[in-house]
Structures are given as structure tokens and as C-alpha cells.
Design a protein around this ligand. Structure first.
Ligand SMILES: [Zn+2]
Length: 87
């Protein structure tokens, strides 16, 4: 399965491939469904995921990621975005 991953340095989406046996979701009606974090593959309940800032589908919707990876996404976003650095 190929997803889109935002590159903060280049400001473009790059292809991001995940294993076919990972269950990565944009949305689930069942908060107890076990999904994989698309960054690290960790299994967690959909209800415990955060909406990714980086990994999106073609419509720009974010996949559910684990808390640890979500924090790393924030750090990358703060570091990579020049507009914030120059404020
Ligand atoms: Zn993760």
C-alpha cells in the first residue's frame, strides 16, 4: 500500500510504502479496532490514534498514528517550517 508522506524540507509529498499486512486507517467507526501506526507499525486501538500531520491519502486526509510518532511529527513540523523559524 502506497501512502503520501509530506516532506517539510522539500515541501512536497513523497511516496511512502507500508507493508500490505498493516492495517492503517483514516477513519474507523469502531474505536476498538486494532490498527497499525503507519510510521512505526505499532498496533494500537483506533481510538488511541492521533491524526497524522504527515501521512495522508490522495485527498489530504491524515492517517491515525501513535502518540510517540505524532510528537515526532510536531518536532519535524516546527523544525522544517522556515516560516516559523523566522518569526
Ligand atoms: Zn508510531
Amino acid at each position: 500500500m502506497i501512502l503520501n508522506k509530506w516532506n517539510y524540507k522539500k515541501h512536497i509529498y513523497e511516496s511512502y510504502e507500508i507493508p500490505n499486512n498493516w492495517n492503517c486507517k483514516l477513519y474507523s467507526e469502531d474505536m476498538n479496532e486494532i490498527v497499525n501506526c503507519p510510521h512505526c507499525g505499532k498496533k494500537l486501538k483506533y481510538g488511541d490514534t492521533y491524526t497524522s500531520l504527515e501521512i495522508h491519502n490522495n485527498m489530504g486526509f491524515g492517517f491515525g498514528v501513535c502518540e510517540k510518532c505524532y510528537k515526532k511529527e510536531w518536532l519535524r513540523r516546527m523544525k522544517g517550517d522556515d516560516r516559523n523559524v523566522n518569526k
